[in-house]
Design a protein around this ligand. Structure first.
Ligand SMILES: Nc1nc2c(c(=O)[nH]1)N[C@H]1C(S)=C(S)[C@@H](COP(=O)(O)O)O[C@H]1N2
Ligand SMILES: [Mo]
Length: 229
């Protein structure tokens, strides 16, 4: 199945990059991956945690999704082609039959091999365009872009698209979640269309505050990749 989420105009405050850069927290990018194979631990208000590997995922329909990617710091890259599985299919076909939650899920915490974490409201994650992707531009996901598997949530800023995903925590109480990033840089929903770059200050202001960090971070992460090879 093919889906496309590409717009004619970039969202407010975004500038286009012709290359798709590696981006994120430089300290975390220095950490070697602990596991090259897909292994997702699913925990929640049910008795037993669930482990999903490539074998279980292979039972689901494969989705190919082309979407623009928007980082809250202000860069966008157009028409990224992802391959993977819908989160909603994973929920309905792989989780629910084995682990029926005792209470309603409010929030999902996404935890990564490098120590990164982010969270999204449950209903946002169930949207049709949210994938767990293991392929990028018809090739297996590289370490730079989130191997072995990552979230892709194209309606949300890039910081919700957790790379090197290894744990999905379903929570019935969202209020207890402590964000990794300072709240100024972490909006609970981070919808691109509403310019929810962060909290406390409007996105239309934050776009100027974040912009100077784009180039140095990209340069730093490129030099990491070079020294590793
Ligand atoms: N595990 C992990 N996921 C992460 C990050 C990170 O540092 N570690 N950075 C986030 C940010 S801020 C962005 S913009 C995107 C960048 O994805 P890319 O490196 O594939 O361009 O990854 C997001 N997911
Ligand atoms: Mo970002």
């Amino acid at each position: 199945m093919q889906v496309s989420y590409s717009q004619r105009d970039l969202p407010p405050g975004q500038r286009e990059l012709s290359e798709f850069p590696r981006f994120g927290i430089v300290e975390f990018a220095r950490r070697p991956l602990t596991c090259r194979d897909i292994r997702l631990k699913i925990t929640g208000p049910f008795d037993q945690p669930l482990i999903l590997t490539a074998t279980e995922l292979a039972a689901l329909p494969r989705i190919s999704l082309t979407a623009d990617f928007h980082c809250a710091a202000g860069w966008s890259h157009r028409a990224v082609k992802w391959g993977g599985f819908r989160f909603s299919d994973i929920w309905e076909q792989l989780i629910l039959p084995h682990a029926r939650p005792r209470s309603e899920i409010e929030l999902v915490v996404l935890r990564c091999q490098d120590g990164y974490r982010t969270a999204l409201p449950w209903s946002d994650l169930l949207a049709q365009e949210v994938l767990l992707a293991d392929r990028l531009n018809d090739l297996p996901l590289t370490v730079e872009h989130g191997a072995p598997i990552r979230i892709v949530a194209p309606s949300h800023y890039g910081y919700k698209s957790a790379k090197h995903l290894d744990r999905i925590e379903l929570r019935d109480n969202g209020a207890e979640y402590v964000p990794l990033l300072p709240r100024l840089l972490d909006h609970p929903r981070a919808r691109v269309a509403l310019e929810e770059r962060g909290q406390w200050l409007p996105g239309s202001l934050l776009r100027y505050a974040f912009r100077p960090f784009i180039k140095p971070i990209i340069r730093k992460l490129k030099s990491l990749a070079n020294s590793a090879s």
